[in-house]
Design a protein. Structure first.
Length: 452
């Protein structure tokens, strides 16, 4: 019997719009430029995964991450079970790990070590993978996809400083200080921390890191409000995408009745356009500091309390540190230059001599050709799909009771967060990650205007 699913050459799955969508659509455009007969679909991982499984038969899939294959709910594992002939390429959107993540993200399964294909930004990730048993032949060094959009002509895709000023009521004649905060653990529940500890260990360290995040965020809020009143600058505080904006509004509101007019809490857009539009970039423990240094923006980190060693990045102490409010005043008035050590780290892991976007799609097309040389037609496992669908959507009575209780717990948590700012609330991890086929078409058309 002929399979009714639509053959497609390449599927690019997108998990987080602000991190991946414009890169995915750029790869689609570049793919059509390199091979006009290639078929490429861009699909949502959180919202379109099962529809894509049941609609398409791809030869190659580009995934945001491939890991935790021991978990039957992991989407990479489901793809491998449902589309057994499909080549999976791990774009690996997270490659700069702090110390705890190095244990948490270790490839666990034979598939991750022997079969999955990895696109590495640089030597650090290559060393990490091979040190943890990944076959070196499965690793391809491609350059840093996350940083590529800071380079011309790709940066022309992003909103300009004038666009951002008009949209958010900012004064374009002033200097802008951009603060992408990274205190995500401040809002983690005990259940979430315990789940992380089951995989990566260090339970006490995780709880200590939550305490550090909460205390540091409280201090930083005070500093930002003081510097906003003292300096004639625009300050853009960008919350983590997974945390509802009203959580931060509540935290700021505990300090003053109203925010200084030049201190803005803005969640929309990606860090990329804000980095390019700003004169100064400051954060705490965020890899955005690497990106802003790559983009030649004066960058420093707020460290009123030093980051616990378990959550320190190898490069973090090479970023100039602000340890007191007086340091912050000095750095705002006279920004520091990047250290030679930080620049050397970037040269090794975000090499500007590489061409990550054309390189990534060229690699995907090479994998496509290998697939065509190996198999006539990709296969679909109905039993694999049925098992995955059942695990996702069909529940026993006991499981349905647990899901109902979980929804009730979320409702109660949301009410309590109005009173207790750090009360753990359900995360809005993918609230803003829906997109349509029309969105893809429009984005590809924009890339054609820029690159065509």
């Amino acid at each position: 019997m002929t399979d009714s699913r639509q053959p497609v050459d390449i599927i690019i799955f997108v998990e987080h719009i602000v991190r991946e969508f414009n890169i995915a659509t750029c790869l689609k455009y570049l793919g059509h430029q390199q091979a006009d007969d290639v078929t490429i679909e861009v699909c949502s991982l959180p919202f379109g995964f099962y529809d894509a499984l049941n609609t398409y038969l791809p030869r190659v899939v580009l995934m945001p991450s491939v890991g935790f294959f021991d978990d039957p709910q992991t989407k990479g594992r489901i793809i491998h079970e449902v589309w057994p002939d499909t080549i999976i390429v791990n774009l690996a959107w997270e490659q700069f790990f702090h110390n705890w993540e190095k244990d948490y993200r270790v490839p666990q399964s034979d598939y991750e070590r022997e079969e999955a294909i990895y696109l590495a930004w640089g030597q650090e990730y290559v060393d990490y993978l091979t040190r943890n048993g990944v076959n070196p032949n499965q690793i391809h060094v491609n350059g840093n996809l996350s940083c590529a959009i800071y380079d011309k002509p790709y940066s022309n895709y992003l909103p300009t400083r004038e666009d951002l000023a008009a949209e958010h009521g900012l004064d374009a004649s002033k200097r802008w200080l951009f603060f992408p905060e990274n205190y995500f653990f401040a809002f983690q529940t005990n259940h979430q921390l315990n789940g992380r500890a089951e995989v990566g260990g260090h339970k006490k360290g995780l709880y200590d890191f939550r305490t550090w995040s909460q205390k540091s965020l409280e201090i930083v809020i005070d500093w930002l409000q003081k510097i906003a009143l003292a300096e004639d600058i625009e300050i853009i505080f960008r919350p983590r995408p997974a945390i509802p904006l009203d959580r931060y509004e509540s935290l700021f509101g505990r300090k003053v009745s109203s925010l200084p007019p030049n201190l803005h809490l803005i969640k929309s857009g990606s860090v990329k356009e804000w980095v390019l539009a700003s004169e100064l970039v400051v954060s705490s423990n965020s890899t955005t500091m690497l990106e802003s240094t790559y983009a030649d923006k004066p960058t420093f980190r707020l460290a009123p309390i030093e980051v616990p060693h378990l959550f320190t990045h190898d490069w973090l102490h090479d970023v100039p540190a602000v340890r007191t409010y007086a340091d912050l005043e000095q750095f705002v008035q006279s920004p520091p230059a990047p250290t030679p050590e930080l620049q050397a780290y970037l040269d090794a892991n975000a090499n500007k001599a590489l061409t990550p976007l054309p390189g990534a799609i060229a690699f995907a097309l090479d994998q496509l050709q290998q697939s065509k040389n190996t198999i006539t037609h990709p296969s679909f496992s109905q039993s694999g799909f049925d098992a995955a669908f059942q695990r996702r959507y069909q529940h026993t009575f006991g499981e349905r009771v647990k899901l109902w209780l979980k929804r009730k717990q979320k409702q109660i948590s949301l009410r309590l967060t109005k009173v207790l700012p750090f009360f753990p609330a359900p995360l809005a991890t993918h609230r803003s990650d829906k997109f349509t086929r029309d969105d893809v078409v429009k984005s590809v058309a924009t890339w054609e205007e820029i690159l065509g």
